[in-house]
Design a binder for this molecule. Structure first.
Ligand code: FES
Ligand code: FES
Length: 229
């Protein structure tokens, strides 16, 4: 973790949600009932668009400037501590994309149905569109940007390249992050197990066979060579 934090500006408000009630997703730990009840508690289930209001401040001990209706949220994003001022209704996905400017995590359905927004929270994969950022106080968030770089790719990223596990690429960051998470879960080793485990990540281009091959290659390297995936 880099303790030296950069100074960031106050983000301009973003309007990203359509006001439709989200749908419970494959990986969310929330039940549909509890999620909708939280929506009701924060007033998100209205026709008005959500507005992401945030401060990102340099040092985690520095109190950020408060804005009416916001709360302080501390997140560790890709190993970097962030102190944010967020409206309670800002989803983790919008926080990452609109506030922290990490746009590798994609918004597909925004309803928990496609998996494009998958990130790791404390090592566990979730649909970030179904989770409020304020619910993750102190959590470790890993996005696709935190896995590797073009020069030094994560084994799963390299496997997707090697096996052409994508076409348009829109689902790919979610697929890769989800695959990294699922290899740490107690799924069986067969292709059908991978397909089941990855069923929450939709690929409109139909790259599924190559995605499975990529994941299986990483799995075999993990078991044979002890490569950390
Ligand atoms: S599941 Fe979150 S954007 Fe589709
Ligand atoms: S590569 Fe196009 S949606 Fe998956």
């Amino acid at each position: 973790m880099n303790p030296k934090m950069r100074e960031s500006e106050v983000a301009e408000p973003g309007t990203t949600r359509e006001g439709k009630p989200p749908v419970f997703g494959t990986y969310s730990s929330l039940s549909r009932r509890s999620f909708l009840s939280r929506l009701g508690a924060t007033g998100i289930a209205t026709a008005s668009p959500a507005v992401a209001i945030a401060n990102v401040v340099d040092a985690p001990d520095t109190p950020p400037a408060r804005r009416a209706g916001t709360q302080t949220v501390h997140l560790s994003i890709n190993g970097k501590r962030q102190t944010l001022q967020l409206e309670p209704r800002v989803t983790l996905l919008d926080c990452l994309r609109e506030v922290v400017q990490l746009t590798g995590t994609k918004k597909g359905c925004d309803h928990g149905q496609c998996g494009a927004c998958t990130v790791l929270v404390n090592g566990r994969r979730i649909n970030s569109c179904l989770s409020f950022a304020a619910m993750h106080e102190g959590d470790e968030i890993t996005t696709i940007e935190g896995l590797g770089t073009p020069q030094e790719m994560h084994p799963m990223q390299a496997a997707f390249v090697e096996h052409d596990g994508y076409q348009c690429g829109y689902c790919t960051s979610g697929q890769i992050v989800s695959a990294v998470g699922m290899l740490k879960e107690p799924w069986g080793p067969a292709d059908k197990d991978v397909r089941e485990a990855m069923s929450g990540n939709i690929c409109r281009c139909g790259a599924y066979p190559n995605i499975v091959r990529a994941i299986q290659m990483v799995r075999s390297r993990v078991s044979q060579q002890g490569v950390d995936a």
